[in-house]
Design a protein around this ligand. Sequence first.
Ligand code: A2P
Length: 283
Amino acid sequence: MKQITLNDGNQIPAVGFGVFMIPNDGSTYRAVREALQAGYRHIDTAAAYFNEAEVGRAVRGSGIPRSEIFVTSKLWIQDYGYEAAKQGLETSLNNLGFDYLDLYLLHQPYGDVSGAWKALEEAKKAGKVKSIGVDNMTPNFWNTFIPQFSILPAVNMVECNPFCQQKELRKLMDQHGVKLEAYYPLGHGNPELLGNPIITALAEKYQKNPGQIILRFELQEDLIVLPKSTNPERIAGNLDLFDFALAEDEMQRLRGLDTGKGAHDPEAPGTAEWLLENFKVHD
Ligand code: A2P
């Protein structure tokens, strides 16, 4: 598995298994066990995914040493502000049954981001989290918040795929050595992306499926990818990306697919209110 070195010196496996929207009825437990068996060593959850307990149970019961599995969780916006953030981290660690997290992120860029970040900086110094990062920070949010931080984020997790390549944001992040973690790396299953003729032609050429071509493109762009699948064959296939390489002219063609727009606009008015209304991690 390709590892990427973060700006704090820690390493992260370049392909992770995301569990957003996988229910906590045993499905998350089974999906994580499946992913670990397929070879994933990077699992991405969040307080607001409501399935941390199943992730923890699957990781702890896997027989694989905890130190060999990279686990990320995220602080929900209800718990922003310095004191609430400290409590939010403790709750996540309890839910997971872990004494540390490999990566802990601020899940959304709204509210008392700076207070919450201060708690994350302290948690990193105390060894409760090895790396800290942010999520959904567009260039505007980046320029608002990052100058207030003492420790730079190791990652920024944003939507990123060939139709939404985040070129402006990546330039900004590159200046600070901050890595991009791509959510919706397959365009959230967008058939126009998966059926794009440039991508299907490459799939034919390399005897891979379109999803694998897209993920390989993203890896060659030095992104960390979190493909989502509940299909065991695709879960395994989305890790099978290391026996071929796209040529530079093919990379250029794929870079040309950028539309500059994604499915989620973190700056859309009312987003914070909508999220708070629809995702409550506690009363
Ligand atoms: P499924 O769960 O049936 O595999 P994203 O990671 O961008 O959010 O995209 C997830 C969507 O893409 C899901 O609908 C998933 O469906 C589908 N998917 C996952 N892997 C592949 C693949 N290799 N090729 C095509 N579709 C895929």
